[in-house]
Ligand binder design. Structure first.
Ligand code: FA5
Length: 338
């Protein structure tokens, strides 16, 4: 028995020394120490050893098992370490390879101007409201004192969805919606997209407007002038002058179109301002009492002003762009310049 144990130990030691992989180690473990392994077999035949020799033989068997197990563990550790080393080497990162350039995006110039102007009004205590772009004829025209057959409807080049539904042609459509839900005092801006069947170097079919209106007791035309002057000075600088020209909108009375001194030539006259030194920038006026009637306000009690600003026009002047159609094109060569 002792000779058998000694030769099993030596055989196992030889095989472990010759093992070439983790798989070999597992096979050797099964061959000697597995359920039907050579050394395990000797444990099973311990019963046939004379009783007085059993403790000694048992101890020798245990020592043989510990010996084989420790050789197997050692060899297994060596194989695992070299496998890890191999896989780390194959995944090595070359820190000298040039990186991939991920260009950082930025806001569209129209969004920038819209945000800048909105922030000015928020600092004056105005709140921001939104209205639907697919709008009822009622809010876009009727409630703003454009009766069905009014010729001023033609000025707006409307896209009709049905007889009673349009793509809103201006953000003035938000006025009566807000008035219906709130009582004065009101200080509101309503920025957003509007649509007109209109396209040339200074007109596009989808553009942005920012509506502003203020309704309270004793609001006067001079309040409108003060607010617009502050706006223009903040956006274009304090040297920019404003000019109010009489105009017509069915929903304001009196109405005005507001020009600013040309920011390209400082009012001297150039191709951008057509040699006049002035550029039209927005429409405005005192809210027509007929609009208050639609909203259920008492026109004897409240007065207010409203104005509507074309955002792309402001962006054109601010950034010196001579073709409005560049804004919706989204050509990166254009957008990257901002
Ligand atoms: C209006 O839309 C009125 N709702 C403005 C208003 C509001 C007046 C409140 C009184 C009180 P108008 O049609 O002029 O007005 O348009 C206002 C601005 O929108 C213009 O000054 C211009 O800057 C811009 N705009 C008009 N049509 C286009 C277009 N097709 N493309 C780009 N900008 C445009």
């Amino acid at each position: 028995m002792l000779n058998d144990i000694e030769s099993i130990k030596n055989l196992a030691q030889d095989e472990i020394a010759r093992a070439g992989s983790l798989k070999d180690i597992n096979d050797i473990k099964a061959k000697y120490l597995g359920r039907k392994g050579l050394l395990t077999g000797k444990f099973h035949s311990l019963g046939s050893v004379p009783r007085e020799d059993r403790p000694r033989i048992g101890r020798i068997l245990n020592e043989a098992r510990n010996f084989i197990e420790s050789l197997l563990r050692k060899q297994e550790d060596i194989f695992r370490a070299s496998e890890l080393d191999r896989s780390l080497r194959s995944r090595q990162i070359d820190v000298t390879v040039p990186g991939c350039f991920i260009p950082a995006g930025h806001l569209h110039p129209v969004t920038r101007v819209l945000d800048e102007i909105s922030a000015i009004f928020v600092s004056l205590g105005f709140t921001i409201e939104e209205g639907p772009e697919v709008e009822l004829d009622y809010y876009n025209f009727e409630a703003l004192n454009f009766p069905r057959d009014h010729p001023a409807r033609d000025m707006q080049d409307t896209f009709f969805i049905s007889d009673d539904v349009v793509l809103r042609t201006h953000t003035s459509s938000v006025q009566v919606r807000v008035m219906e839900k709130n009582s004065p005092p009101l200080r509101v801006i309503a920025p957003g997209k509007v649509y007109r069947c209109d396209a040339d170097v200074s007109h596009i079919p989808m553009f942005h407007q920012l509506e502003g209106f203020m309704v309270d007791r004793h609001i006067r035309f001079s309040d409108l002038k003060g607010v617009l002057e502050l706006l223009i000075h903040r956006v274009f600088g304090r040297d920019t002058s404003l000019r109010f020209r009489p105009s017509f909108f069915p929903f304001t009375e009196p109405s005005a179109e507001i020009d600013i001194s040309c920011v390209m030539c400082n009012g001297a006259g150039c191709h951008v301002c057509g040699g006049t030194g002035w550029i039209e920038i927005l429409g405005a006026g005192m809210i027509n009492p007929r609009v208050y009637e639609k909203a259920g306000y008492d026109p004897e009690r409240y007065t207010g002003f409203a104005f509507g600003l074309g955002i792309e026009r402001v962006a054109m002047l601010k950034y010196g762009i001579d073709d409005i159609r560049l804004f919706p094109e989204n050509d990166k060569r254009f957008l990257e310049q901002f």
